[in-house]
Design a protein around this ligand. Structure first.
Ligand code: NAD
Length: 371
């Protein structure tokens, strides 16, 4: 077990709770990082290889993301130590329900879906303790992957960022690494706004056409269950070929750490919009900055999903959620890029300063901060 308080600092975590119930092989951890702005939100992750420290890092990332998005929520995260692929539906349901019950009194934390859990898991949590977001539509949920909440936010971030690097979205060439829930929708929305998709990848490989890919046809192909390497409408290249395709906007929407100091020189783009979480290492972000490639950090650009989930929790309509994503991501991207330009900072430094100043301002209003 990690040393208690080994990862605490001025922002948190407020609580770390270990849950252990051997009769159902339940082992879980909840980290409530910071609740100055309101009850924390952050997903329930189910995976065999997580740790309390990782849970804390994920909770802190949610504190920053929610503060940067201007939501009335702090950051939290919970993890269940189990392999969702091998335990079977019945045991999965038992674990999720038992974990929710064990944390029923922790109303500083609102469950949401994450890796290894989904909207059905959230329906079980809601059934047990009445407190969950990312619910099925029948329970008032807004299906954020289906409607493209995160993709919409990324497209808005790209539009604002384009102004800061003298770029027109109309006619801009776009490459999307990871043509999944996030990648498909950002390609579709940027396409509707005049951009041209010249490259896209999934785990099977990369498709590339410098004259432009038919985005709706590619989405229909992918939705039919086929992989991109089976696409006949463009040249098929190896998996990592997305890095070499010349474009104006490059969007990582697959995995963490895909761009590092060794491969960053392969990117030929003017703008990077981070769809995945931590897809670019800090060293690579610095290299991009030195090459005048504008880079919009993950927790600013990909906040559409959490904004949508927070709106769902408030009982908002789908249309209101989409409008909130547009407004918040545009405003935050503009604020971060203005600060970065005026204060000579990397966009990530400006984004962290923005988030931290909002968290500290909220903390100053809390009773315990007076002592
Ligand atoms: P997804 O599973 O729907 O799609 C991921 C896609 O990436 C798949 O098509 C997969 O084949 C592809 N992929 C995986 N590894 C790859 C690789 N090495 N090279 C190229 N393609 C690869 O997932 P998603 O919901 O679209 O999420 C994508 C990323 O964005 C994840 O890192 C996720 O944590 C992050 N994210 C998602 C949301 C959201 O709203 N879904 C919000 C914020 C951040």
């Amino acid at each position: 077990m990690e040393e208690p308080f080994s990862f605490s600092d001025n922002l948190g975590p407020l609580k770390v709770i270990y849950v252990y119930e051997p009769s159902v092989s339940l082992k879980g951890v909840l980290v409530v990082d910071n609740v100055a702005a309101g009850p924390s939100i952050g997903g329930l992750r189910m995976a065999p290889d997580v740790s309390a420290q990782e849970c804390f890092r994920l909770a802190r990332a949610m504190t920053y993301k929610n503060a940067a998005a201007g939501l009335p929520h702090g950051g939290g995260k919970s993890v269940l130590f189990a392999d969702p692929k091998s335990i079977g539906d019945e045991h999965k349901q038992q674990l999720v329900r038992a974990f929710a019950c064990a944390l029923a009194g922790e109303d500083h934390y609102i469950f949401g879906p994450d890796m290894g859990t989904d909207e059905v898991c959230m329906a079980w949590v809601k059934d047990e303790i009445g407190r969950a977001l990312g619910l099925p539509r029948e329970l008032g949920g807004i299906p954020l992957d289906e409607i493209g909440a995160t993709g919409l936010g990324l497209a808005c971030a790209a539009e604002v960022a384009a102004e800061f690097c003298d770029l027109e979205i109309k006619g801009a060439r776009v490459v999307v690494q990871g043509f999944g829930a996030v990648g498909k929708h950002v390609a579709r929305i940027l396409g509707e706004r005049g951009a041209i998709l010249v490259g896209a990848s999934d785990t099977s490989g990369t498709v590339c056409d410098p004259s432009g890919i038919d985005i709706n046809a590619l989405i229909a192909h992918k939705d039919s269950g086929s992989s991109l390497s089976q696409w006949k409408g463009a040249q098929v290249l190896p998996l990592d070929a997305t890095l070499d395709i010349e474009c104006e906007i490059w969007i990582p929407a697959a995995r963490p750490d895909v761009i590092d100091e060794a491969n960053v020189k392969r990117l030929h783009t003017r703008l990077v919009i981070q769809g995945a979480n931590i897809p670019v290492t800090h060293g690579a972000e610095r290299r991009l900055h030195e090459r005048s490639v504008l880079n919009i950090p993950d927790f600013i650009a990909n906040a559409g999903g959490v904004i949508c989930a927070a709106m769902e929790y408030q009982g908002a309509s789908e249309a209101a959620a989409m409008q909130a994503i547009e407004e918040k991501v545009r405003r935050n991207t503009r604020e971060v890029l203005t600060r970065a330009r005026d204060e000579q900072l990397l966009p990530r430094e400006a984004a962290l300063n923005l988030a931290t100043s909002r968290i500290e301002a909220a903390m100053r209003t809390r009773r315990w901060s007076l002592f």
